[in-house]
Design a protein around this ligand. Sequence first.
Ligand code: G
Ligand code: MN
Length: 387
Amino acid sequence: MEGAPGALPRVLLVDDEAAVVDFYATALGADRFAVSTAFDGAEAAALMRTHAFDVIVSDVAMPGMDGLALLRKVRETDLDVPVILVTGGPTLDAATEAMEYGALRYLAKPVQATELKRMVEFAVDIHRMARAKREALTLISGAGGLPGDRAGLEARLQRSLDAIWLAYQPVVSWSRKRAIAYEVFARSGEPMLAHPQELFETALLLGRVGEVSRAVRAKAAASFDKLPADADLFVNIHPSELKDRALLADDDPLLPYAKRVVLEISERESLHLIPDLRAQLRAVRERGYRIALDDLGVGHAGLQTFIVLEPDVVKLDIALVEGIDVEEVRRNVVNSIVELCHKLEVHVVTEGVETAAQCNAVLSTGCDLLQGYFFGRPANVILQPKL
Ligand code: G
Ligand code: MN
């Protein structure tokens, strides 16, 4: 839906007062911008489904879908288009919220014609830059084996989306002699994007992470039919899922099961690019989800991720388990982590347990929750663990 080169920048003006919209349109000038108008958020959202815009200028207080709701809606599908919010009664809360959701600027009424024009011009440049950066990313990754053209990537991602399935692996409690949960791994029948990492990286390039992660969550939600009543579900999420708020949508398929879901966030992934991560995590927790810090031991050094995530569960990476039965120093390290976690009332799961010897060594560290081939490999059905 990109416009032809040299075409006028497309601006969408949203306000429930016709006079205000007219004033904005005049201020911008029909010779400089291609202006479309809508009288509330719902009408704007409908227009956006069929038209691409370079900038959206929206009132905050409107009947029906207000400006903030519109902004959230926009960000579900478009991470780039700049949104300028305008309000009659600016409060700090609303301004903060607007910026959190990725509004470019926040303007107080009455808006001066020159100010509006300057800001919209700035927004057009920002949007161009965002688009160029995305194209650059596509080019760079193209060199690494993925198709360089967007259409190719799109087609491949679509095939992967259609072919997504879940593998289930039990997380066992040794003392309770049963599976207390199953971790789900997204898999895809599309060979080039079979691994979740490739799937998510492609989705990121195309700005479609929300869609892919939602497809995974829909499958995860459907698993509850088959899941034992006393077992929870561990679902891996990519940090960028916290960015576009797709996870927080009121109609998210996984939401009804939130209290039985632990969302795993890997220490391998960088969290510092997520704007206002703490607020996002708070919102996730308010929905009832618990959070696990995944792959502890292989990610960034230091405890920053631990401190920010305040996890309910920590998962020790397979790298810490390898050789744990023969190396005392590994047992001591794991033992220290397990003790500290328990002191902080954080559950610990040890991943990658493959042999009886490893199992015994891990149990000797005081860790009761275990996962690995020794109890069950990831399978396309929910299987009882071997215990
Ligand atoms: O990053 P995360 O911890 O979510 O990924 C775990 C990966 O490790 C999965 O791909 C899973 O198939 C794999 N896995 C699970 N259990 C074992 C195991 O016991 N040994 C090995 N080598 N891999 C495992
Ligand atoms: Mn995991």
